[in-house]
Design a protein around this ligand. Structure first.
Ligand code: MGD
Ligand code: MGD
Ligand code: MO
Length: 829
């Protein structure tokens, strides 16, 4: 059966209901550009989606050396053929006429076109000068969660083994450093415990600060399909906005921002009070239960109700659902990770699973989510600062082992202090000790907090900035050297999604102009710098993606993220495969911790843990006495109020986040017409009660001010909690990509003009989700304007007649075909 659906109007497409513990039936989504018939496609090239962490497998259609469409891969365990709106339409950005096609260098204040040799010689000679004069600490690398594994690994080796700098981090710091940290605190090591297949089995699915429907739309399709089959799961949603998840939830809690720890402690309190606790599991696999029970003893629903502004009865109801679950799956994301007690809150969800024994079996799992498509690889490869292969920088044997893999002296690899986190790197650049910053695949002039400060730092004369991107972004405009990169579809490599599934992404078309794969750029730099190992051989002997992958496999051998059983050939043709994949598990591994906790032993663990209040690192001896047998650690936390609360001057709480149609700073999604049209400009959301009180209407032009700065946009009135404002953070300086920088005439639109320079003490993740703000009316709409916000999402107007329904029109039609070939092929069954 084949249907054609406007996937802007219906982001999740049609339903294929299925029953509990059955495999998810396949549905193949195909989108081809206007005028292209399936018979015209010359080649379908295998890849996976690059605009979120779901890892939806797809093939790219190629005609005449051009991308002309995409099709989901029915064979793949992750999506069984489905694609979300960004994946269906986002590929069009590759062919945007304003792609960078030549390197640029700044001369006399202006960026001018040049050749690769000139640009790279400049970068290499500046690096050598700085190394000679100031040492490795003068050079920093700020990378991303959007390159490929092979690229991160190469970058890590050149930065840590070649330059010898401790200043290497990813924008994953802004994204899911809390996921990594929460896993390290509880399990001693990074690594996603659960699997997406758990969705097929669970009777309760709890989403904590995670708008799954809009940010991993394909797994939301899976939940929607289950909601229509036999034994549907009950959903618990904790989110202050009326997200599509909240609307389908059995229990929806909409807490005051920044109060997650209070709420989670109350949930734990109720579960312990009603003895919905698996005492055998706790005894066998954990330490710290007494402290946890004592910590939450006085945190009843009535106590939390005051703090969170959620009725006590609703908290008790949520605890009842979580406590009575037989197979509980929880997911955690930015509503938890981007706040002041991020790690403290995230580990309470791990605690919930441990005390209920909900781990390591079908339907019972935790997903401490990733956001970016390849963030997992940033972490594994050590491009987020940690040592590659989840090695422990405080453990000399782990450092020595890495030095053996790289054939360098252990002292070459910086491990004298915790790896420098991104916010600290920008601070060093501000102070002047960091003199060169190489930014790849991220747009900090839009995505970091307090943008006026960030612009100031990047524009400094004393900082030599290299930006490696596809477009002349807000950040690239401030650079000294701009390197044009090839991207997804134009280069080959692998990447790993949030449930450890590794996919291969093959090159489908040539990059534009002189643009080069990021791997080639890093290899070129390493060659110019002539990095050597301790025997005088080249530090980085690999030359292409596959040999880089083989080098990484050797580094991952015997580590939790063991890739030794994977090859490019194995990843071609079939489904993605979950690591660890090695001799013991040649087909990959669905769930971690099926037979107890495996990587928390003091000799093996990636981290000895941190103090949840101060972030201070624990010493090896402390960890050894706390957890000699390597069990899971139940870490308790006391609730602490947010750092910035509303006051008279700034009476609102302000949060920021996403919409289903856009990706981050929109460099790709604004260049895809269907996606751009669905949400073309920034807007501001307010509750009905606040709008009525202030006499505001849909479409009014308003200004949002915080102690850091201000932005403006049109107002949308929704069912979000009273006292709250929401701004999508996707919009930079200009509405149309490729515009020029801000000046007095262009009013700022970016959410991050207002956000605060502050971070979780443990994971160092910035606080994008809690600030105080004021709202002022600039101009009444008088019925003439609408907020340019979608109606199909969490941004739906409270009054459905307030704005016309979002749709995509004829160019947004996608073919959906039921594919029964794989119906019996469940992963677990
Ligand atoms: N469409 C789309 N999908 C994406 C992305 C994208 O840009 N666009 N980006 C990808 C990336 S990198 C990431 S990290 C993920 C992010 O995915 P999500 O975390 O799902 O997205 P956000 O909208 O940032 O935040 C989720 C929710 O947190 C809620 N929230 C805010 N404050 C609080 C709080 O104090 N407590 C609680 N419990 N909730 C709160 C917000 O209301 C919001 O609905 O999405 C990935 N997928
Ligand atoms: N207020 C607020 N701010 C936030 C957040 C929030 O919720 N609220 N969320 C935070 C989170 S979770 C994230 S992940 C960040 C995202 O923030 P950014 O990483 O700054 O966002 P992107 O727009 O994805 O930037 C990626 C850049 O890489 C380029 N690029 C894409 N592919 C390639 C490639 O193959 N090679 C190279 N060299 N470049 C490439 C793109 O053109 C783009 O300029 O924003 C953070 N900032
Ligand atoms: Mo993210």
């Amino acid at each position: 059966m084949e249907t054609s659906v406007d996937r802007i109007a219906q982001p999740w497409g049609g339903r294929v209901p299925y029953d509990r513990s059955r495999p998810w039936p396949a549905r193949v989504d195909t989108y081809l550009a206007e005028g292209i018939e399936p018979g015209m496609v010359e080649e379908w090239v295998q890849t996976a989606s690059i605009l979120h962490s779901d890892g939806d497998a797809m093939d790219v259609a190629v005609v005449d050396g051009r991308m002309v469409g995409v099709r989901g891969r029915a064979v793949d365990r992750v999506n069984r053929g489905r694609l979300g709106p960004k994946d269906l339409f986002g590929w069009q950005a590759n062919a945007s006429p304003d792609r960078l096609t030549q390197p640029l260098v700044r001369r006399d204040g202006r960026l001018r076109e040049t050749d690769w040799d000139t640009a790279m010689n400049l970068v290499a000679s500046r690096s050598r000068d700085l190394l000679g004069k100031d040492g490795p600490g003068a050079i920093g690398f700020y990378t991303t969660g959007q390159l490929f594994l092979e690229e991160y690994y190469t970058l890590t080796v050149l930065a840590r083994g070649g330059i010898g700098t401790n200043h290497l981090d990813g924008n994953t710091r802004l994204c899911t450093s809390t996921a990594a940290e929460a896993l390290k605190e509880t399990f001693g090591c990074d690594g996603q415990p659960g699997s997406y297949d758990d969705i097929d089995h669970s009777d309760v699915i709890a989403l904590f600060g995670h708008n799954l429907a809009e940010t991993q739309p394909v797994q939301w399709m899976r939940i929607l399909d289950r909601l229509e089959g036999a034994e549907p799961p009950r959903l618990v949603c904790v989110d202050p906005r009326p997200t599509p998840v909240a609307r389908r939830a059995t229990v929806h809690l909409a807490p005051r921002l920044g109060t997650n720890v209070a709420l989670f402690n109350a949930l734990l309190h109720e579960i312990i009070r009603t003895d919905r606790v698996d005492h055998d599991y706790i005894e066998a696999h954990t330490v710290g239960y007494e402290e946890l029970a004592a910590r939450v003893k006085n945190c009843g629903p009535a106590w939390a109700a005051d703090i969170c502004d959620v009725p006590a009865a609703k908290i008790a109801e949520a605890a009842e659902v979580l406590g009575s679950a037989e197979q509980l799956l929880s997911t955690v994301l930015q509503g938890v990770y981007q706040s002041h007690q991020a790690t403290a809150a995230a580990v309470q969800i791990n605690n919930l699973h441990l005390i209920r024994g909900m781990l390591g079996r079908p339907g019972a799992g935790v997903l401490q989510m990733n956001g970016q498509p390849t963030a997992q690889n940033t972490r594994e490869c050590g491009a987020n600062g940690d040592l590659p292969g989840f090695r422990n920088w405080q453990n000399d044997e782990h450092v020595a082992d890495l030095a053996r893999v790289w054939n360098v002296e252990p002292m070459t690899i910086p491990h004298y202090a915790p790896p420098t986190h991104a916010m600290q790197m920008f601070r060093y650049a501000e102070q002047g000790s960091l003199k060169m910053l190489w930014i790849s695949g991220t747009n900090p002039a839009v995505s970091l907090p307090e943008l006026s400060r960030i612009r100031g730092i990047l524009a400094q004369e004393q900082l030599f900035t290299v930006v490696q991107d596809l477009y002349l972004t807000e950040t690239a405009q401030l650079a000294d050297v701009v390197l044009p990169a090839a991207t997804w579809g134009e280069k080959t490599g692998t990447f790993t999604n949030a449930d450890r599934t590794v996919h291969l992404s093959d090159k489908a078309v040539e990059p534009p102009g002189q643009a080069k794969p990021d791997l080639d750029i890093f290899l070129d730099y390493a060659a110019r710098m002539d990095f050597r190992d301790k025997d005088g051989g080249p530090l980085i002997p690999w030359r292409d993606p596959e040999s880089a992958f083989e080098a990484w496999k050797r580094c991952s051998a015997g580590r939790p993220c063991d890739y030794t059983g994977l090859t490019y050939d194995l990843l071609r043709g079939g489904s993605g495969i979950q690591w660890p994949c090695n001799e013991q598990a040649p087909n990959g591994t669905h769930r971690l911790y099926t037979e107890g906790i495996s990587w928390a032993h003091p000799d093996d663990c990636e981290s000895y843990g941190k103090d949840l209040v101060t972030g201070a690192t624990m010493e090896p001896v402390e960890y050894r006495s706390l957890n000699p047998d390597g069990k899971a650690v139940l870490k308790a936390a006391e609730y602490l109020p947010p750092h910035e609360m509303p006051n008279q001057e700034y009476p609102f709480q302000l949060t920021t986040g996403r919409t289903v149609y856009h990706f981050h700073t929109r460099t790709k999604t604004a260049r895809a017409p269907q996606l751009n049209a669905a949400a073309p400009q920034v807007w501001v959301e307010i509750s009905t009660a606040d709008a009525q009180r202030l006499g505001l209407s849909e479409g009014d032009l308003v200004k949002v001010t915080s102690p850091r700065g201000a932005m403006q946009g049109r107002l949308r009135i929704t069912d979000l909690r009273q006292g709250l404002l929401f701004i999508p953070f996707h919009y930079g300086y200009w509405d149309t990509p490729g515009g020029s920088g801000p000046d007095e005439r262009t009013p700022p639109r970016a959410a991050n003009e207002t956000t605060i320079t502050d971070w979780d003490p443990v994971s160092k993740q910035p606080l994008f989700k809690t600030a105080a703000a004021a709202l002022t009316l600039l101009e009444r709409s008088n019925g003439h304007h609408r907020a340019p916000a979608p109606t199909t999402t969490a941004s739906a107007p409270a009054d459905p007649t307030a704005a016309p329904t979002t749709d995509g029109g004829p160019t947004a039609h996608v073919t959906q075909r039921r594919d029964t070939t794989w119906d019996a092929a469940g992963d677990d069954l």
